[in-house]
Design a protein. Structure first.
Length: 142
């Protein structure tokens, strides 16, 4: 981890730290309405993809594609929504949201659609088991 890196307070508040890849920290949005994950490059004061070196840009794309592919398989997604918007949280972060045609927001975006339903301890344990078995490249916390 980059020693000057600090996770934005909003991400700390809304997410559960899962682990890290070579470049990015992996977070789980604490909302059981959707399997919703976030990659955050562990670089200080980073707001935009173009601020990464060319090598790091490639690494971010690789980690994002890897995560999206594995999540689609693990959660049997109908669609993967991937976005780096950053209007509320300026720190560069990339959302990876597993979508189903049966989810409550389909086909609309999930942002602001329904209040977050926090994970229970049991549900979190289930998520950890799924992720540990399906993301071998991730170095998990705990």
């Amino acid at each position: 981890m980059n020693k000057n890196f600090e996770l934005h307070s909003r991400l700390q508040q809304d997410c559960i730290a899962i682990g890290r890849f070579e470049l990015c920290q992996l977070l789980l949005m604490n909302d059981q309405n959707y399997p919703w994950f976030i990659l955050v490059p562990e670089r200080a004061a980073l707001r935009e993809c173009y601020q990464l070196s060319q090598i790091e840009r490639g690494l971010l794309m690789d980690e994002s594609c890897y995560l999206a592919e594995k999540l689609a398989l693990l959660y049997q997604a109908d669609k993967m929504n991937i976005a780096a918007i950053g209007n509320l949280v300026p720190q560069l972060h990339v959302h990876h949201i597993v979508r189903y045609q049966t989810d409550q927001a389909w086909p609309a975006p999930v942002w602001g659609f329904a209040p977050a339903q926090l994970y229970t301890e049991q549900q979190l344990e289930k998520q950890w088991l799924i992720l540990r078995s399906g993301l071998p490249r991730c170095q998990f916390f705990n």
